[in-house]
Write a protein that binds this ligand. Structure first.
Ligand code: FMN
Length: 405
C-alpha cells in the first residue's frame, strides 16, 4: 500500500456564521426550517444534489412515509422527570442514539463543512462519519475536530490499493471505525443532477450558471476558500488534480466485483470496529454478522441508488431478527424528527444515522447550523421520550408502536 500520509492539511478554519445567519438559525425550530434556510442560501444545483434521489424518487419518499405509517402508543403515570438519552454505540457511550452519516461534497454547502460538522458532532457527543468523497482530508478532520468520535467510510474502488491506502490513513489518524458502503456497485441515476448540469465532475455551464449567480453570499464564501476539492482522492489518478478530473475518475471506478471474499479480507486487515452500510436483506445481514463485523447500517443510500428499493424502516425488523443481537444495527433514511428516532429504536435499531439533516444544518450556517440541527433532534428526542413514558433508551420497545394504516 502506498503511504498517503504526506498530504498537505492546509491552513484555515471553516468560516463562522454571520450575525444574521445566527439569528435565522435561532428562529429555526425544526429540520424542515433548516432545510428551507439551506435552500435559500445554496445555488439550486447544489441544493438539489443534496436533496435528490434516484429516478422517480419513490424510495426517497417511501423512507419518510414508512415513519409516518407508525403511530406511537404512549404510557403515562411514569416518572419522566429525568430523561437519559445516552446509549452504547459500538461499545462506547454516545449522548444519544444517533450518528452523522457519510455525505460527500459537504464543502459545496459550506467551506470546510466536513470540519464544521465533525466539531458540532463532537460537541454534541455523537459520532461523525467522513466519506471517501469528503472535501476535507482524513488528517485535517482528525486534527481540526480533535476529540471527535470519527468513523471513515470507504467505497470500494477498482484500484483496491488506493482504497486500502485510504483505510490505512484512517487507521493512522486514529479513526475509531471503518464503514464499508456496499450499495454502490455503480452510481444511481439521479435525474435532478442531469437536468441541473450538476456533476461531480463539477463545472459551470450555461444552464447552471444563473443558479450560482443568484446566490452571491454563497459565491463569495466559495471564492474566499476556493472551489472544494475531493481531498482524499488527490493522487487517485496521476493526471487528476482538480475536482473535475478526480471525480470523473472516481465515478467510473466503483468496483462492481467487490464481494463477500473482499469484505472478509477487509475484516482481517482492519483491527478496529467495522460496519457495513447499505444492508436491506436479512440474509446479507446474517452474513455480515458471521464475518465478525461490529455493526451494520440498514440503508438505501437515502433513496439515491436503487429506486423502488424497500424503505429502510420496513427492512429493519427482519434484519434485526436475523442478526439476533450479535452486532449493532443502525438505520438511516428519512429521519427528521425525535419521534422518528424513537420509532427506529422501537423496531430494534441501536441508533439512527442522519444524512440530509446534517447537510441542511451545515449549509444553513456552518458549525452553528450543524449544532442547531443536533440540538433540535436531541430536544425532540427528550420530549418524545417524556411524552411517551420512556425515561431511558432501554425502555423504548415495540409495545410503543402501532401501524397507523
Ligand atoms: C448528498 C449526499 C451525499 C452522500 N454521499 C454518501 C457517501 O459518500 N457515502 C455513503 O456511504 N453514503 C452517502 N450518502 C448516503 C448517506 O450516508 C445516508 O445513507 C442517507 O443520506 C440517509 O438518508 P437521509 O438523507 O434521508 O438521512 C449521501 C447522501 C447524500 C444526501
Amino acid at each position: 500500500m502506498a503511504d498517503q500520509n504526506v498530504l498537505a492539511i492546509g491552513p484555515g478554519h471553516p468560516p463562522t456564521a454571520s450575525g444574521s445567519i445566527q439569528r435565522s438559525l435561532a428562529r429555526a425550530f425544526s429540520i424542515e426550517e433548516l432545510r428551507l434556510l439551506a435552500q435559500r442560501r445554496l445555488p439550486k444545483a447544489i441544493f438539489e444534489f443534496y436533496e435528490g434521489g434516484a429516478e422517480t424518487e419513490i424510495t426517497l419518499r417511501a423512507n419518510r412515509t414508512a415513519f409516518e405509517r407508525h403511530a406511537l402508543v404512549p404510557r403515562y403515570l411514569v416518572d419522566v422527570s429525568q430523561v437519559d438519552t445516552t446509549t452504547v454505540l459500538l461499545g462506547t457511550t454516545a449522548a444519544m442514539p444517533l450518528a452523522i452519516a457519510p455525505t460527500g461534497a459537504i464543502g459545496f454547502g459550506w467551506p470546510l463543512g466536513d470540519v464544521a460538522l465533525a466539531r458540532a458532532a463532537r460537541d454534541a457527543g455523537v459520532p461523525f462519519a467522513l466519506p471517501t468523497s469528503a472535501t476535507s482530508s482524513i488528517e485535517r478532520v482528525a486534527r481540526d475536530a480533535e476529540g471527535a468520535r470519527l468513523w471513515f467510510q470507504a467505497y470500494m474502488l477498482r484500484k483496491r490499493d488506493f482504497t486500502m491506502g485510504l483505510i490505512r490513513r484512517a487507521l493512522c489518524a486514529g479513526y475509531e471505525a471503518l464503514i464499508i458502503t456496499v450499495d454502490m456497485p455503480t452510481g444511481g441515476k439521479r435525474e435532478r443532477d442531469l437536468r441541473n448540469d450538476f456533476g461531480l465532475p463539477f463545472r459551470f455551464t450555461r444552464r447552471n450558471l444563473p443558479g450560482f449567480a443568484a446566490r452571491p453570499e454563497w459565491a463569495w464564501a466559495q471564492l474566499r476558500y476556493g472551489l472544494p476539492q475531493l481531498e482524499n482522492l488527490v493522487g487517485f489518478t496521476p493526471e487528476a488534480v482538480d475536482v473535475k478530473s478526480i471525480a470523473s475518475s472516481v465515478g467510473k471506478s466503483y468496483d462492481p466485483s467487490f464481494d463477500w471474499d473482499g469484505l472478509a479480507r477487509i475484516r482481517d486487515l482492519w483491527p478496529r470496529k467495522l460496519l457495513v452500510k447499505g444492508i436491506l436483506h436479512p440474509q446479507d445481514a446474517l452474513q455480515v454478522a458471521k464475518l465478525g463485523c461490529d455493526g451494520l447500517i440498514v440503508s438505501n443510500h437515502g433513496g439515491r441508488q436503487l429506486d423502488t428499493a424497500v424503505p429502510t424502516l420496513d427492512a429493519l425488523p427482519s434484519v434485526v431478527s436475523a442478526v439476533g443481537g450479535r452486532l449493532d444495527v443502525l438505520v438511516d433514511g428519512g429521519v427528521r424528527r425525535g419521534t422518528d428516532i424513537v420509532k427506529a429504536l422501537a423496531l430494534g435499531a441501536t441508533a439512527v444515522m442522519i444524512g440530509r439533516p446534517a447537510l441542511y444544518g451545515v449549509s444553513a450556517g456552518g458549525e452553528a447550523g450543524a449544532a442547531r440541527m443536533l440540538y433540535i433532534l436531541h430536544d425532540e428526542l427528550v420530549r418524545c421520550m417524556r411524552l411517551s413514558g420512556r425515561a431511558c433508551i432501554a425502555r423504548i420497545d415495540e409495545s410503543l408502536l402501532r401501524t397507523w394504516y
